[in-house]
Design a protein around this ligand. Structure first.
Ligand SMILES: Nc1nc2c(c(=O)[nH]1)N[C@H]1C(S)=C(S)[C@@H](COP(=O)(O)OP(=O)(O)OC[C@H]3O[C@@H](n4cnc5c(N)ncnc54)[C@H](O)[C@@H]3O)O[C@H]1N2
Ligand code: MOO
Length: 421
């Protein structure tokens, strides 16, 4: 600008920040939530907040790996070419403890998981023995067994004092199994974020209502609810705010009781796009507008200290910007270290002919074929074309500046159905 020249800002200022800057600025404002003791059945997908050290040996006692007979291994040796016969003195079921020891020349029936009785140093599986009848007091041992045979020693899996799980690990079904084994009825975890989801717009009606002239159904809130849950957070739909300052204020009074507020719609430059105004009135706006498509008008800031991510109303823009920004926010709040989806090189089978000046996130289906990742885009990429989301497991990234991708050319793709890295 020349000295003395007046800078006339068009409504809303055309400045757009890059996707990377937006992500940096958002994540800089987000911290992991506090640590709580959560009931074991509720910790799936959460981040462990402390190392877990075994307080007991697991298994807690030596036990049988087979249904069979507990014996002294030396008694299994054939004698003068004859198979040994041992006297059966009792039976031990899983969950019970033998009342007497196994002595030389005797044996006890034993079930898988039952404690090995004193005196026995091995178990022979039932298939390698023979009895004349089920109540016969004698059993023939048909194979010689070594000491320790079919015995699972105490502490073979986990030793008392051993660190078994590490702080920062994500808890999945297998970790839940370990925690149950160690007797953790509650687990120290980073709290699951509670996310408020707010639709905006006079045109938006609920899914139960019949369509009327000029109205559309609220798809965004339901899509976002599912996406928030898929990202590991609790989702709370707060309904739809009307296009008035009063209605938005009222909804935000409720929304600030959550850890994160997601809105959809009302962030562009229309007369009724009021989300930014309320953010400025009740909190602070950090940025507005990102150099990307779909999703340019994303606004980020806070209201009463609660982060607010204002996603665009167009359904595809809202879905894509949630994946790019909302999901990493939820993961960071949840204490995860890996926040972003991996990007890989793909061959874009059908290319991207459409020229976009903003960076374009093109919905695509990526498959592994003959040693290559092949992407096929999902048709019309308009940000109102919800069917462009169907079957899309990736976003092909077309760089800023009106770039096209020829059919069969290479591009980067963000893999939405791969774990974060
Ligand atoms: N003059 C300009 N107009 C627009 C611009 C611009 O730069 N200058 N940007 C366009 C882009 S790009 C987008 S994206 C949209 C975003 O606008 P808003 O976030 O303010 O969203 P709305 O105007 O409220 O709605 C846009 C669109 O989405 C539909 N919608 C809204 N909420 C829902 C919902 N819960 N479920 C389903 N569909 C919803 C709404 O009816 C509109 O069709 O702005 C462009 N305009
Ligand atoms: O930036 Mo908008 O999301 O393309 O329709």
């Amino acid at each position: 600008m020349l000295a003395g020249e007046q800078c006339i800002q068009p409504r809303g200022n055309l400045h757009m920040i890059s996707v990377e800057e937006a992500l940096d600025r958002i994540l800089a404002e987000i911290q992991p939530l506090n640590v709580v003791q959560a009931p074991l059945p509720e910790v799936q997908g959460l981040v462990l907040a402390q190392d877990i050290v075994a307080q007991e040996d697991i298994p807690p006692f030596a036990n049988s790996a087979m249904d069979g007979f507990a014996l002294q291994s030396k008694d299994s040796k054939p004698h003068n070419g004859k198979l040994p016969r041992l006297r059966i003195t009792g039976s031990i079921a899983a969950g019970y403890v033998a009342e007497h020891a196994v002595e030389e020349g005797t044996t006890m029936r034993i079930m898988t998981g039952a404690p090995v009785p004193p005196g026995a140093d091995s178990v022979i599986q039932v298939e390698l023995t023979s009895t004349e009848s089920s109540d016969s007091p004698w059993v023939e041992i048909q194979q010689e067994v070594a000491p320790g045979n079919n015995i699972r020693p105490a502490g073979e899996d986990m030793r008392r004092g051993q660190k078994v799980l590490t702080r920062g690990q994500t808890i999945g079904p297998w970790e839940i199994g370990i925690l149950a084994t160690l007797g953790y009825a509650t687990v120290p975890v980073v709290r699951r974020p509670r996310v408020a989801i707010l639709g905006t717009g006079d045109e938006v009606i609920d899914i139960h209502e019949p369509l009327q002239p000029g109205k559309i159904r609220n798809s965004n809130s339901y899509l976002l609810e599912a996406a928030v849950r898929a990202a590991g957070a609790e989702a709370h739909r707060l309904g739809v705010a009307r296009d008035t300052v009063e209605s938005l204020r009222e909804k935000f009074t409720e929304a600030v009781q959550y850890d994160l507020i997601l809105t959809s719609g009302g962030v562009s430059v229309g007369d009724f796009d009021l989300v930014k105004d309320i953010m400025q009135e009740q909190g602070k706006m950090n940025f507005w507008r990102i150099n990307m498509r779909p999703g340019k008008p994303v606004a980020f800031g806070q209201i009463k200290g609660i982060p607010l991510l204002g996603l665009p109303g167009n359904p595809v823009s809202s879905a894509v910007t949630f994946e790019l920004f909302g999901r990493p926010v939820i993961r960071k709040m949840s204490g995860h270290a890996q926040l972003l989806k991996p990007q890989i090189d793909v061959t874009v089978e059908n290319g991207v002919q459409e020229k976009a000046m903003r960076r374009h996130y093109v919905r695509a289906h990526v498959v592994w074929h003959n040693g290559h990742f092949i992407a096929r885009t999902t048709g019309n990429q308009g940000s109102h074309i919800m069917t462009s989301l169907l079957n899309a497991n990736a976003l092909v990234i077309v760089p800023e500046g009106g770039v096209t991708i020829a059919p069969g050319a290479q591009a980067k793709a963000m893999m939405l159905d791969w774990p974060e890295v």
